[in-house]
Structure formats: C-alpha cells, structure tokens
Design a binder for this molecule. Structure first.
Ligand SMILES: Cc1cc2nc3c(=O)[nH]c(=O)nc-3n(C[C@H](O)[C@H](O)[C@H](O)COP(=O)(O)OP(=O)(O)OC[C@H]3O[C@@H](n4cnc5c(N)ncnc54)[C@H](O)[C@@H]3O)c2cc1C
Length: 401
C-alpha cells in the first residue's frame, strides 16, 4: 500500500490542531485524562456543543444530517489530533451507535426528533442490550414489550448499561414476540430514561467508578412511535450497530496517545539517576509494544484505504477488535510499570472523581488517572463483543473452521 498525506491533508491537520488548542476547555481535558467514569454530564454537553458549533459534532454522519463528508483519512487525522490534544472522545452510544441506526432504519419523525439533539449534545444516550443471562448470547434476552393500544409496555432487566445514570434516553432490545425463534422476535425501542417504572442501580467497578448499571423496567409505557423500523427486526438493527461499535474497537487513537504518555512518564522517572526509558529492560518493553502498535495502525489504514470496498470485512474487524483491545491493556500496563510503586497511590486516595487530585501532592501530575486507566482497560476485551467470541468469528469466517 502506498500511503502519503497530501499538502491539503497537512493543512487540514494544522487547522484541527489549532482548533483544539484554542477551544478545548482545560478542566474538561483534565477530567477526561484522569478517567472519571462516568464523565460529568455537563462536560459531555459542553464539549459536544463546541464541536457542533464548528460543524464537527459527528464527522462520520451523512452530510444531510450534519456530518462532514470527510474522507476516511481526514477522519483519521481528526481523531489523531483529538487524542493528541487530550480532548474528550465520549458519547459514542449517541453519535456512533443509536444515530446510525436511526439514520438507516428510523422514521422521518425519529430523525427530526432525535438527531439534532444528539449532534448538539443536548441529549445523551445509553445502550440497553445485555441482560444477566444474555451477553455474548444476546438473542437469549428476556425483557418483553407487549403492545397495549398504541403503547408498548416493557418488563425486564438490563445489566452493564454504561452511563444509565447520566443518559436522557436509552435504546433497548426487547422481545415483542416470544413464539418465534429468538432472533426473529426482538425489537429496537427508544425509551426516555425518566419514564415511570425505570429504576437504575449503579454497579461499583474495579476502579471505583459507577459508570456501569443495572436497569430494572417495570410496566414501562413507551409510545409505539418509538419503535425503530419494524417489530421483530431489532436483531438486524443491533447487528448493524455492533459492526459500527467493533470498527472503532481498534482503540488506535487511544493506544497511540497512551503509548506516548507511557514513554513520557519513562523519560521523567529515574532509577539511580538513569532515566527509565534509557534502561535496556524498559526500552525493550516499549519497543515490543511500539512495533505491534505500528502494525495495528497500518491495518487500520489499510481498511481506511478500502473505504468503498464490497469485500466482507467482518473477520478483519473482529481481528482489529481483538488486537486493539489487547493493545489497550498493554499500553496501560506499561504506564503502571513505569510508575512502579507510585501507581499504588490509587489504593490510598482513589483518583477518578476529584477535580485536581494531586494539587496538594509532591508527586508529578502524570501519576493521576493512570491506575484508573489500567483498571478500566481490563474490560476492553469484554465489551463490544468478548475476545473469545471474536476469535470464534475469525476462525469461522477467515479459516472456515
Ligand atoms: C465496561 C463494560 C461496559 C459495558 N457496557 C454495556 C452497555 O452500555 N450496554 C450493554 O448492553 N452491555 C454493556 N456491556 C456488556 C457487554 O456487552 C457484555 O459483558 C459482553 O457482551 C459479554 O457478555 P457477558 O458479560 O454476559 O459474558 P458471557 O457472555 O457470559 O461470557 C463469559 C465468558 O465466556 C466466554 N464465552 C461466551 N460465549 C462463548 C463462546 N461461544 N465461545 C467461547 N467463549 C465464550 C466469553 O468470551 C467470556 O470470557 C458492558 C460490559 C463492560 C465490561
């Protein structure tokens, strides 16, 4: 593959870089960098609003709904610069999951009602798919929605619903027909999170955050107009959505930024007066990660170069998800290695929720958030399709096993 940025691309990069330098609020960037989970609702709203004002609220959407029309490479440059600037990259459930489904399968009313509020950051969404006995085997879900007049009545329970406490809306997979084979009886419903009958109970995760939740639904009444597409077609829409989620799961921009951060820490930490980065053992660890990350980057670029391909990329996308999520764990682990005992600071204070956790500390600012990031990273090989399940897909599609 021959790959080179044009002079126009480079000018575009400068434009994006300058925009972030001038417009990104320092407080939002700081809180994002230390990994508060869930992030403050107001931070998501403010930053999404700033991007939207510039016309960059959802670069990947079709132009008629507020997208940019950028090529794959332009979007790549934008994302690289976004991460280099430590700008917030959140709200994917809204801009990258439910919105493409509404655009592809929703009614005209749904497009008018929901897309502008997503673009501006005024409304934020959560994803209600998984249930206590339906994760990898999602079709086994048991939450039901029964039509009563022109409303659906929902009963059941969801789990691991990220950001349910700060979301205005949720998109839920529900069973509307229990008499047909599981995949045929599932529908896709848009539900306002303050509807009577919804109870959200946060789950404290390993790093101490409360981004994950259980959601209980008891006789929750939802207008029939909130059904996306046709009843019983929810499985098809969910598969479409999960493909979008997985494409992003190479975590490329995150991984590049966090490797940079690991190297920067290792340039500042010393052992007996020697910079950690200059010790052969650590340098070797960095090189091993760097080489694999470069390979991941080129794989992503190759996919971007194939933007208009008709080739089935399902196996490749699963491979990117596996290697990208494993890489996320390796780069964050490298940071913890570089920090050594300093990373244990987390045990005493926690570092996920405070405005400026190290303000009174003698320790350098780069310590904050690294242990949180490492712990959160353990989940990357589970969500968006667990690693083992992805490997099954690769075995079947790429090797015919
Ligand atoms: C941080 C985080 C955020 C999440 N956010 C959301 C969200 O916002 N909304 C939502 O709906 N869900 C969310 N999830 C749930 C996520 O989608 C599920 O955890 C995931 O699909 C796995 O399902 P499970 O947890 O039920 O595990 P299981 O499916 O029970 O899997 C358990 C283990 O068995 C393995 N396994 C399962 N089936 C097979 C198989 N056929 N072959 C080989 N191995 C197999 C899995 O790989 C895994 O290791 C989130 C999860 C996490 C960790």
């Amino acid at each position: 593959m021959h790959f080179e940025y044009s002079a126009e691309d480079e000018a575009f990069r400068q434009e994006v870089r300058q925009f972030f330098a001038e417009q990104l609020p320092a407080g939002i960037s700081h809180r994002w960098t230390i990994g508060a989970h869930p992030p403050a609702r107001q931070d998501i709203r403010t930053w999404q609003g700033i991007l939207h004002q510039r016309g960059w609220g959802a670069p990947h959407w079709p132009v008629e709904y507020g997208g940019t029309g950028w090529s794959g490479f332009r979007k790549h440059i934008f994302m690289e610069e976004l991460y280099n600037a430590d700008a917030m990259d959140y709200g994917w459930q809204a801009t990258h999951m439910v919105a493409p489904v509404i655009i592809a399968f929703g009614s005209e009313w749904q497009k008018q009602r929901f897309l502008p509020a997503i673009l501006s950051g005024d409304e934020f969404w959560c994803q209600g798919f998984s249930e206590p006995n339906a994760g990898s085997d999602l079709a086994a879900l048991r939450t039901t929605a029964v039509l009563d007049g022109d409303e659906y009545v929902i009963n059941g329970q969801k789990i691991w619903t990220s950001d349910a406490t700060i979301a205005d809306w949720g998109f839920f997979l529900v069973k509307t027909d229990t008499t047909v084979k599981p995949q045929r009886g599932i529908s896709f419903l848009l539900v306002k999170m303050d509807t009577p009958g919804i109870t959200v109970r946060p789950i404290v995760s390993i790093e101490g955050g409360t981004g994950l939740n259980e959601v209980f639904l008891e006789n929750v009444r939802v207008p029939g107009t909130h059904l996306v597409g046709e009843a019983g077609m929810g499985w098809t829409y969910a598969k479409y959505l999960l493909e979008k989620e997985r494409t992003a799961s190479a975590f490329l921009y995150f991984n590049k930024r966090e490797l940079q951060r690991a190297k920067s820490i290792a340039e500042q930490e010393t052992i007996d007066g020697v910079r950690l980065i200059d010790t052969p053992e650590f340098a070797r660890k960095v090189a091993a990660v760097e080489v694999d990350l470069l390979a991941l980057e080129w794989s992503v670029l190759r996919i971007l170069a194939e933007e208009k391909t008709t080739r089935n990329l399902d196996a490749v996308i699963s491979a990117l998800k596996v290697s990208g999520s494993e890489m996320q764990q390796r780069v964050t682990e490298l940071q913890i290695d570089a920090l050594g005992p300093r990373s244990m600071r987390f045990q005493e204070h926690g570092d996920w929720s405070v405005e400026n956790p190290l303000a009174d500390d003698a320790w350098p600012g780069y310590v904050a958030g690294r242990t949180t990031g490492y712990l959160i990273g353990r989940a990357s090989t589970i969500y968006g399709g667990a690693r083992e399940v992805q490997k099954n897909i690769i075995a079947r599609l790429a090797f015919g096993l």
